[in-house]
Design a protein around this ligand. Structure first.
Ligand code: GAP
Length: 512
């Protein structure tokens, strides 16, 4: 656990040091759970967006894009259920006046029991060394078994109370477990209340005529309300999809874990409209397609797992999460949901407009069923960034920090160096930059010794370093060094474009 926390701290500080992520409005001490993407962060983010957009929209003839407004008619959120049910159970401590998510207080308590169990396992591992059989130990050791049973009982009771909206029992559970306010140590709690996560705002200049609006908590509803517009103007035939990338806002109460849970974040969502009765077939199709997309980036198959939902929202008939092994453990990265006809029907009812499709093969109108794929862009960023950051031991006994970003996503594709700042080498390097920048994001760097420049670019995630030396003046060749292998090759300047292109070829990446 301590090692995981250290790794996570390292991820956060590296992201700042190399211009990937800053706290929002940092000069005013930041704004909790809101972040800004720096000069490298914005490039990585745009590259992730592009990789998703190309694979979803460009590579599917039956999927088109959309960019709906963040502000939507307030009835949208009544129809979608967000006004009535997009809530977190909150509890206040009467002494410290601090507000907490009641379920998170319980989960944190359970995590402490988990840590006790882990301590027993670590102790035994030390004692038995190589002969240690963890599986046997955790299934037979009475202490570990007791801890596990305790965890299970608490989590089951929490799930039952939340599902039944029995908030009094959630409070009773907190009191029975003796959970104290992490700030004050006091156990003086208010009742648990539901708190809506949508940010409200106002449209209009004068106070009396202003309309109450919400900042959208998901991009999906912009797609649903545009279903008929896109279907008719695009002459789309079922099955077809609408994809969108955009900001979403949630007033998260427990917003920690860096960019994993933010108040302002971006989603990449796609709603795929299908014939009723065919949704489960398409659900499987999208599960497989999205899994392949993730695998193509090579972040490590062992870092992914599916978590199929047993209990589903009332409108869904199948749901799974793609979880990623973040520095703080496996957590949801993407959700794939079979949402039936719930959303379109709800918008039909609230708007009085038909949101149906005339199926010529069946010769009838129906409200299509929907499969949704929804991935958090910021979470994908964190998955890519954290799994790419490595401390590598070198043969000479030193270590290097290297950010092994998939080359197709790397902010800078190549850094061009003159070996020395004289003898006409800077001019040649600058000319290479000028030629390559038409096709790629490249930079010029002449500061410090070449070894240090290599290290800087390794830590920055740049796949190639290109060095201009005295031989370049004679034969128009340069050395090109690969970030991951550190291998250096002498190549002609004229070959550079082709070498870099091959490394970031979309088709090659997608077919991996
Ligand atoms: N339209 C469906 C929907 O919004 P969700 O599970 O609430 O479903 C989808 O969100 C994805 O959005 C999540 O899998 C996660 O990647 C991302 N996400 C949700 N809340 C987030 C937050 N507060 N900060 C960052 N990403 C978030």
């Amino acid at each position: 656990m301590a090692k995981e926390q250290d790794n996570f701290k390292q991820v956060i500080s590296h992201a700042k040091e190399y211009g990937y992520i800053f706290s929002s409005s940092e000069i005013y001490d930041g704004l909790s759970a809101v972040y800004d993407y720096g000069q490298n962060g914005v490039e990585l983010k745009n590259n992730i967006k592009n990789y998703w957009w190309k694979s979803m929209v460009q590579m599917h003839q039956n999927i088109v894009g959309l960019d709906a407004a963040i502000l939507m008619h307030p009835t949208t959120w009544k129809a979608s259920g967000h006004v009535d049910a997009f809530n977190d159970p909150l509890i206040d401590n009467k002494d410290s006046k601090k507000r907490y998510r009641a379920d998170v207080l319980v989960e944190d308590y359970v995590e402490k029991i988990n840590q006790k169990a882990q301590k027993e396992i670590d102790k035994a591992q030390k004692r038995f060394g190589e002969a240690f059989n963890e599986e046997e130990f955790v299934t037979t050791n009475p202490r570990v078994l007791r801890y596990r049973e305790e965890q299970k009982t608490i989590m089951e009771r929490l799930a039952t109370s939340l599902t039944a909206e029995n908030l009094a029992d959630v409070k009773a559970l907190i009191e029975e477990l003796g959970i104290a306010c992490p700030e004050s140590g006091s156990k003086n709690w208010t009742d648990v209340k539901q708190f809506n996560l949508m940010f409200g705002t106002k449209l209009g200049a004068s106070a009396d005529s202003a309309t109450d609006l919400y900042l959208r908590p998901e991009t999906a509803q912009g797609i649903f309300v545009n279903f008929a517009n896109v279907q008719k103007t695009g002459r789309m035939k079922i099955p077809f999809g609408i994809a969108q990338i955009g900001k979403a806002f949630r007033n998260e109460i427990v917003a920690r874990q860096f960019i994993f849970r933010q108040r302002e974040f971006e989603q990449m969502e796609m709603q795929f409209f299908v014939r009723p009765g065919e949704e489960l077939k398409w659900f499987e199709y999208w599960k497989e397609t999205r899994q392949k997309w993730h695998a193509s980036l090579g972040l490590g198959e062992e870092n992914y797992r599916f978590h199929d939902h047993e209990k589903m929202a009332h409108y869904a008939n199948a749901a799974t999460d793609i979880e990623f092994n973040f520095p703080f453990g496996f957590k949801e990265l993407e959700g794939i949901h079979s949402r039936t006809d719930f959303d379109l029907k709800a918008h039909e009812e609230h708007s009085g407009k038909k949101l149906q499709f005339f199926d010529p093969e069946l010769n009838k109108n129906y409200v299509p069923y929907v499969i949704e794929t929804s991935i958090g862009l910021d979470r994908m960023f964190l998955a890519v960034f954290s799994s790419s950051l490595q401390e590598e031991a070198l043969e000479d006994g030193n270590t290097r920090t290297v950010l092994k970003l998939p080359a197709i996503l790397a902010p800078t594709k190549a850094a061009i160096f003159p070996l020395v700042k004289k003898d006409g080498l800077p001019e040649i390097a600058e000319q290479i930059v000028e030629d390559l920048q038409w096709d790629f994001n490249v930079i010029y760097d002449e500061k410090d010794a070449v070894g240090r420049r290599y290290r800087r670019q390794d830590a920055n995630g740049t796949p190639f370093c290109i060095t201009v030396d005295h031989q370049t003046k004679e034969d128009h060749t340069v050395t090109i060094r690969h970030r991951d292998t550190m291998e250096q090759k002498r190549v002609a300047i004229a070959e550079l474009k082709e070498i870099i292109s091959q490394e970031i070829d979309f088709k090659t990446w997608m077919k991996r």
